[in-house]
Design a protein around this ligand. Structure first.
Ligand code: NCD
Length: 328
């Protein structure tokens, strides 16, 4: 992956995933702060988030900092020169002089690829509109591997994806990775009109996709339940989105009634806990099946692994270890 852009979940194969997850396993003690490394000392990340983000922005920043690198950030389109009419291509040319790697989140599908075309350093897609979110899919699959106890236990996985599958870029990337695993059955539970787009289905011809309008039926006999938020910001008006608000709401009673005791419960977060939404209720908190905070934590080792891979620094991770001088 050295020097490569990470724009889509297309292009990974099982060998690349296994190698990346093995690298993420090595990064775990450094991600948690138990050990300290300076492998990326002197390296600079340019982090541009032109849409709201907590987890993705800060876990990319944490990953780079935990590797000993420096993070430069511009927090919104309004605080960058894009508002003065600058193109993504011009932005890319300059950032290539300031940084060794660029992460961009942008409201328009395809915008990250546009930036990458003019960049001479690797560009990582932190989410492009309703397009893709490849690093989230990598951390999602890594979470499934860890929750189930190994990559070899993925074959034949039964997973249900719930919610706004039309605009949910995390699922658009996740199905591409699931398609690489033999025998996966992927059930899709979405309100009428918010199903998985044909353009995405066409990318995963070998994946067993089963449309199921009923949430209760869809929850039955699954290894993983993956719930998503209504992507209100992708609708023309708030009223258009409101029609779908609360279409599917999973709480503890419903989970216990329909799911197996060992079903892993995931969500890319943020979950919408405002009244009328609540697609994943906080009465599930404390249930050992609820993997959402372990899932969010896995963003750091996965993003560390990606930085190490695109910067060709895999071998230095432990070699650049230094004594730890802080306690937490
Ligand atoms: C997701 C996103 O931005 O696509 N969030 C994330 O990165 N974890 C999901 C969402 O916003 O619903």
């Amino acid at each position: 992956m050295r020097g490569a852009h990470v724009l889509t979940a297309d292009g990974f194969d099982v060998g690349a995933l296994r190698a990346l997850f093995a690298l993420a396993d090595r990064a775990l003690p450094f991600a948690s702060g138990a050990r300290v490394t300076e492998v990326l000392r002197g390296a600079v990340l340019a982090s541009l988030f032109f849409e709201p983000s907590t987890r993705t922005r800060l876990s990319f920043g944490s990953a780079f900092a935990r590797l000993g690198g420096q993070v430069l950030e511009t927090a919104g389109e309004a605080s960058s020169s894009i508002v003065k009419g600058e193109t993504l291509a011009d932005t890319a040319r300059m950032l290539s002089a300031y940084a060794d790697v660029i992460v961009l989140r942008h409201p328009l599908e395809g915008a990250v690829a546009e930036l990458a075309r003019a960049s001479s350093v690797p560009v990582i897609n932190g989410g492009d509109g309703a397009g893709e979110h490849p690093t989230q899919a990598l951390l999602d699959l890594y979470t499934i591997v860890r929750e189930r106890g190994g990559f070899d236990r993925l074959a034949g996985l039964r997973i249900v994806l719930v919610g706004d599958l039309k605009h949910g870029r995390t699922v658009h990337s996740l199905v591409r990775l699931l398609a690489l695993v033999p025998g996966v059955r992927c059930t899709l539970v979405a309100p009428d009109g918010l199903g998985l787009p044909e353009s995405v289905r066409a990318r995963v011809p070998g994946l067993d996709l089963v449309d199921e309008p009923s949430l209760d039926a869809g929850l039955r006999d699954q290894d993983v339940v993956y719930v998503t938020r209504l992507q209100e910001e992708r609708f023309p008006t708030k009223a258009d989105a409101a029609r779908f608000r609360g279409a599917y709401a999973l709480d503890r009673a419903r989970f216990v009634a329909s799911c197996r005791p060992d079903t892993v419960l995931m969500h890319p977060l943020p979950r919408d806990l405002r009244p009328g939404a609540r697609e994943l209720s906080d009465d599930l908190d404390g249930l050992p099946n609820l993997a959402i905070f372990r899932q969010a934590a896995n963003g750091v080792p996965i993003r560390m692994a990606l930085f190490l891979a695109v910067l060709g620094a895999e071998d230095g991770l432990e070699a650049a270890e230094i004594p730890k001088r802080f306690n937490r």
